[in-house]
Design a protein around this ligand. Structure first.
Ligand code: TRP
Length: 446
């Protein structure tokens, strides 16, 4: 079983060293696990909530995309995309909005913080609060639930949002799942051992404190930033205290145990702060030098980045499009033409109904046949249009079924051509039982 890991990066800034150590590096390492199916995306719809400067949004999307690829994300293995390239996400946001309790969203930290600030300042509680900010957790729930993520690695400030995604998903399952888990309920992952890096002044490295070290500035910019790290006033030759030096903490985040032990010994032995900064600069330059070159090469080829992200979006939509079709179906947004109640319509045995669900994909129109419990019995080939798919569903109900056992599945043929396939089964007996169930589901009722 693979684990689906999903996380989003809000595109409002330029990545700094703290983002790299705290989020980018561990996520890329996790994506290389053969058991991992990673979905990493640029949360650019979320960025619009916080930022109304189009140029900044655009620059940040480009910089963040280039950063992830330069740092070694394999866009063929992981699914790497922009949220705004997936129209199914805002559509799912609406379906979820309709089941999200207002009271739940009233409790969201980000919204509450704005209200508290307003109240303190004697303003109207909702002054400056947009519906975007208020609904932020619903959009985030759609990001997560759209792809049925198992694990969502985030910073501590996002834990509540992942919990809300669980709540909303659970509610939707309850209302529309018909006993089936439409949505996987996600688990939050907080990386305990990744360093929260201190910034130049020793507080958490953060753009809002203006204490960051740029990730892919020039070597000179890196050196200048390191030179501005605040140290105590101990003179060269005087022993330094590594455990109370954030310069040493920064060094630790990028070095081996041996390097750390050697650096610690040097500091205790009276190494001058100037020298210590030179050591840290070399360490960082060594870690980042190659990626920096890749970054600058990528940034100068935005059209290539566009291609990579569009390919990622196409890959993501191969999942999102049919799944959203199923969700629309579940809430009652169904085609008048193609949705056919198979057996027992209007009869007493209505419980025993299987149903066809049609949907559209990049390559054409398909349908599924679901049994009464919502289990998939068949998935069709792609048809040129909805009408062709509809005709096939009608014939399947009217004609003698022509089933063919394949390796660990079976096909249904019309005029000798396979038009739909069963899921895969692990044993022949299961496959044969499913063939029997299909015959029963499609048999005309008395
Ligand atoms: N809100 C997250 C942040 O600011 C970014 C984000 C958007 C996200 N959608 C997500 C993270 C889905 C995880 C899963 O950090």
């Amino acid at each position: 079983m693979t684990t689906r890991i999903l996380t989003g990066i809000t595109t409002t800034g330029t990545p700094h060293l703290g983002n790299y150590a705290g989020a980018i590096r561990p996520a890329i390492v996790a994506s290389r696990d053969p058991q991992a199916d990673s979905f990493y995306f640029l949360a650019d719809y979320h960025a619009l909530i916080k930022c109304d400067d189009p140029a900044r949004i655009q620059r940040s999307r480009l910089e963040i995309a280039a950063t992830w690829l330069a740092c070694g994300l394999d866009a063929d293995k992981a699914t790497f995309y922009r949220q705004s390239d997936i129209p199914e996400i805002p559509e799912l946001t609406w379906l979820l909005t309709c089941v999200s309790a207002k009271g739940l969203l009233n409790r969201a930290h980000a919204y509450k913080a704005s209200v508290d600030k307003n109240v303190e300042a004697g303003e109207d509680p909702d002054a400056g609060v947009t519906m975007g900010l208020y609904s932020y957790p619903v959009l985030m729930a759609a990001d997560i639930l759209m792809f049925n993520a198992h694990k969502v690695p985030v910073g501590r400030d996002q834990i509540q949002h992942v919990e809300m995604a669980r709540d909303i998903g659970q509610r939707f399952n309850h209302l529309f799942g018909n006993g089936k888990e439409l949505f996987t309920l996600p688990e939050v992952v907080i990386e305990e051992d990744v360093a929260t890096l201190p910034g130049l002044d020793g507080r958490k490295m953060s753009k809002s404190y203006d204490n960051t070290i740029p990730l892919f500035g020039s070597a000179k910019q890196l050196k200048d930033a390191v030179a501005r790290i605040v140290t105590d006033s101990r003179a060269p030759g005087e022993p330094k205290d590594p455990d109370n030096s954030h310069l040493f903490t920064l060094y630790q985040a990028f070095s081996t145990h041996e390097q750390q032990a050697a650096f610690r010994a040097e500091l205790l032995g009276g190494l001058a702060w100037g020298e210590a900064k030179q050591r840290l600069f070399e360490l960082l330059d060594n870690e980042l030098g190659e990626a920096r070159e890749r970054y600058h090469a990528l940034i100068t080829r935005p059209a290539d980045l566009e291609d990579i992200l569009l390919a990622g979006a196409a890959k993501a939509r191969r999942i999102a499009t049919p799944f959203l079709g199923e969700l629309r179906e579940s809430v009652g947004l169904r085609s008048f033409r193609e949705q056919v109640q198979v057996a027992g319509e209007g009869k007493k045995k209505a419980a025993k109904t299987a149903r066809f669900v049609s949907f559209r994909e990049d390559d054409g129109f398909r349908f599924r046949l679901l049994d009464a419990a919502g289990e998939q019995l068949l998935l069709s080939i792609a048809f040129a249009d909805g009408k062709a798919a509809g005709q096939v569903t009608k014939r399947l109900q009217a004609e003698e079924l022509d089933l063919h056992a394949e390796l660990n599945a079976f096909s249904v043929r019309l005029d000798g051509e396979a038009v739909a396939y069963s899921p895969e089964f692990s044993t022949d007996a299961e496959r044969d039982a499913a063939m029997q169930r299909l015959r029963e589901a499609l048999a005309p009722q008395e």
